[in-house]
Write a protein that binds this ligand. Structure first.
Ligand code: ATP
Length: 283
């Protein structure tokens, strides 16, 4: 498969524009893709190889004094597949070039600081692909749904997050924001599997069912995130996640695009190649 098999660009079909409505979104759909799973897997392998090359170029640029980086922000309800994206998509590139961070319940120390404190500390170094498994968006998702701070506090965070991301982009970090959307039925099936299989018990958390019971409130909170923080410089891509192969392939494409837009080149040698070759031959 060498020609582009997408019917429509994933960037276009997955991007959350001003009219985006989660209530009518189908998590089992495969927007822009009419081929089957096998074709999707093949495309992902091809684009994965491309991604690995591009990431190595960014790493090389970082080693040569470059300051740019790419940050993948992953959000989604439990079982949406954030871990699978990390393992199967990010796992296709050299781990030396990846800065991974996951954000759980803030520690006492983190709570004593501004909510962006722990986020800033985890930003990717120059030349790296950063991955946030959950992110600052928890501070307008779980925090909003669970009333962890008053509405006027979380209400001010959307603009603050937009400013923060604008600052990030201006300093050379490309931000790729992915919201993985799983359906309630598929989540039930995935939770059931975690209960049925002893090798998956470690992934099961009884509290996940309490979160699941608040699905409508989370949907509202996600809709607000998409309405208020899908900006020109850091748009949201909403990825249907009931079919894991589609979600992984789509995120691979989004990353390849982000890297391609950097116009990466291999750094030029800062030594005389011919002279070094002569020295080597003489050695
Ligand atoms: P995951 O569900 O992401 O696979 P996990 O179940 O192993 O991870 P952790 O990563 O330890 O759990 O923590 C995730 C939990 O932390 C989620 O319930 C999330 O809502 C919560 N959390 C993350 N950020 C915040 C925050 N800023 N305030 C409160 N809770 C948060």
């Amino acid at each position: 498969m060498s020609k582009n098999p997408w019917d429509r660009s994933p960037l276009e079909v997955l991007r959350a524009g001003p009219e985006f409505d989660l209530a009518s979104f189908d998590p089992s759909s495969t927007p822009g893709w009419s081929d089957d799973k096998d074709d999707g897997t093949e495309r992902m392998a091809e684009q994965g190889a491309r991604l690995a090359d591009l990431q190595e170029m960014l790493f090389a640029e970082g080693r040569s004094g470059g300051t740019r980086s790419v940050l993948l922000v992953l959000q989604g309800m439990d079982t949406a597949g954030k871990g699978g994206i990390v393992r199967h998509v990010v796992g296709m590139v050299d781990p030396q070039g990846v800065d991974h961070a996951s954000f759980g319940k803030p520690t006492k120390e983190e709570l004593a600081h501004h909510y962006l404190w722990r986020i800033r500390k985890a930003l990717p170094a120059p030349g790296r692909l950063g991955v946030f498994d959950r992110s600052h968006y928890e501070d307008v998702l779980v925090v909003r749904v669970e009333n962890l701070v008053p509405p006027d506090v979380w209400g001010g965070r959307y603009d603050e997050i937009n400013d923060f991301e604008a600052e990030l982009v201006a300093s050379g970090t490309s931000v790729v924001k992915v919201a993985l959307m799983v359906s309630p039925d598929e989540q039930r099936a995935r939770l059931r599997e975690r209960l049925e299989r002893p090798d998956k018990h470690w992934k099961y958390n009884p509290a996940d069912l309490d979160v699941r019971a608040k699905w409508p409130a989370y949907r509202e909170a996600y809709q607000a995130v998409l309405d208020r923080t899908s900006t020109e410089i850091a748009p949201w891509y909403v990825v249907p996640a009931d079919r894991k192969w589609y979600a992984r392939m789509a995120v691979t494409e989004l990353l390849v695009d982000a890297f391609e837009r950097l116009g990466l080149r291999w750094p030029l040698a800062d030594f005389d190649v011919d002279a070094e070759m002569a020295r080597l031959d003489a050695s």
